[in-house]
Design a protein around this ligand. Structure first.
Ligand SMILES: Nc1ncnc2c1ncn2[C@@H]1O[C@H](COP(=O)(O)OP(=O)(O)O)[C@@H](O)[C@H]1O
Ligand SMILES: [Mg+2]
Length: 361
């Protein structure tokens, strides 16, 4: 489901017959779906736009300053760096950027500038967008997400003008300016004319990035660092790779999100069930467990046992190792016994099913 602020932007733009606004909001919705891994939903959103309006009509750009705001969207920045699981190096570099921005006057007085150009790479779902948002949150800057749909014009030469407008507008006050899927603008095109146009657009973008005042923190993100030009890499002062969580980080994340006790042996086995999975996938898993706990009115540990039995039936889970000492001490006794009954259901069933030795995961 797209975010409510995007839906509202879409309704507003549609009611004002603002075709650029409709296109920008639609593109932002499609991008959101893509980020969640919902490729089909993203295609459906884009196709709905394609069938409802001709691209030449949508490509027209009004000369009024009204279109400028639609080149990027301001998103609420709700999560800070403290809520993200980052490796030590990445955290300290990002905290340093925040500190430098906050002390920019001190730096400027000494003839220095705070760093403000960050390039994030790594597989999807491991925190690129979250880090950009967290920088905005911790700096208390607006979090402005660039809309490529609105930025890349269908008319020759239009893109450069839009890029200029975007940077002129974004520079007017401190903000985090986020370019997601940064490779989109640098990637090779089949059509020669389009390739030339995109090359010029990239050159213009890089020139604008060079000239940005240091109060604009530009964050570019890519899942495909290999597609980026060397000229792009050079521009950025801080380059971070955000990797999927390793085994110990998986365990730490699950313990934190599900409030599990460190002595729960179950989570060591569970930790092995998510090799090379992203934080986004881990988050989905923990949300499934918590939803189950609420709907089935049981505590999180019991819901976890049910969820993993269903999801990973091939594993012989170490349920009878003390994991029954769940955090149910604050719950009424009758609820606790109901939970225990429910939780033991699949456990018994499993013991019957699995007579062989524990499988190695
Ligand atoms: N390093 C992290 N620590 C904690 N949660 C994370 C982390 N990375 C991703 N997530 C979770 O996964 C979701 C998707 O991450 P996102 O930042 O959109 O990834 P990306 O932009 O790299 O595709 C986030 O909303 C967040 O809940
Ligand atoms: Mg992202």
């Amino acid at each position: 489901m797209p975010r409510i602020d995007l839906i509202l932007s879409l309704i507003r733009a549609a009611s004002q017959s603002d075709t650029n606004g409709v296109r920008a909001a639609t593109e932002a919705m499609a991008n959101e779906e893509l980020q969640r891994g919902h490729d089909k939903a993203a295609d459906r959103i884009r196709n709905a736009l394609g069938s409802g309006a001709s691209s030449s009509h949508l490509g027209k750009l009004s000369n009024s300053s009204d279109h400028i705001g639609k080149l990027f969207f301001e998103f609420p920045a709700k999560t800070g760096l403290a809520q993200l699981d980052l490796d030590e190096r990445a955290r300290s570099d990002l905290v340093a950027i925040v500190r430098e921005q906050r002390s920019s006057e001190k730096l400027t007085a000494a003839g220095l500038t705070p760093r403000h150009k960050v390039l994030l790479s790594g597989p999807p779902g491991n925190g690129k967008t979250s880090v950009a948002e967290a920088l905005a949150h911790d700096l208390a800057y607006p979090f402005n997400v660039v809309s490529y749909g609105a930025l890349i014009g269908s008319l020759l030469g239009e893109t450069n003008r839009r890029i200029e407008s975007l940077f002129q507008h974004a520079s007017s006050m401190p903000c985090v300016l986020f370019f997601d899927e940064f490779e989109a603008i640098g990637k090779e095109r089949g059509d020669r004319q389009e390739a030339g146009e995109m090359k010029r657009a990239l050159a213009s973008l890089l020139t604008q990035i060079d000239a940005l005042p240091s109060h604009v923190v530009v964050v570019a993100a890519t899942n495909h660092p290999e597609m980026l030009d060397r000229a792009v890499w050079r521009r950025f002062e801080l380059k971070l790779v955000l990797n999927p969580p390793n085994y110990s980080k998986v365990i730490g994340y699950l313990m934190q999100e599900l409030q599990l006790r460190p002595e729960l042996r179950l989570i060591q086995t569970l930790g092995q069930c998510f090799p090379n999975k992203s934080y986004a996938e881990l988050k989905d898993f923990t949300l499934d467990v918590r939803r189950r706990a609420v709907l089935d009115e049981m505590n999180v540990h019991a819901a976890l046992r049910q969820e993993i039995t269903l999801r990973f039936p091939e594993i012989d889970w170490p349920f009878d190792d003390g994991s029954d000492q769940t955090s149910s001490t604050t719950r009424p006794a009758e609820t606790r016994s109901a939970e225990t009954r429910k939780a033991k259901g699949p456990q018994r069933e499993q013991k019957v099913r699995k007579s062989g030795p524990a499988k190695k995961v």
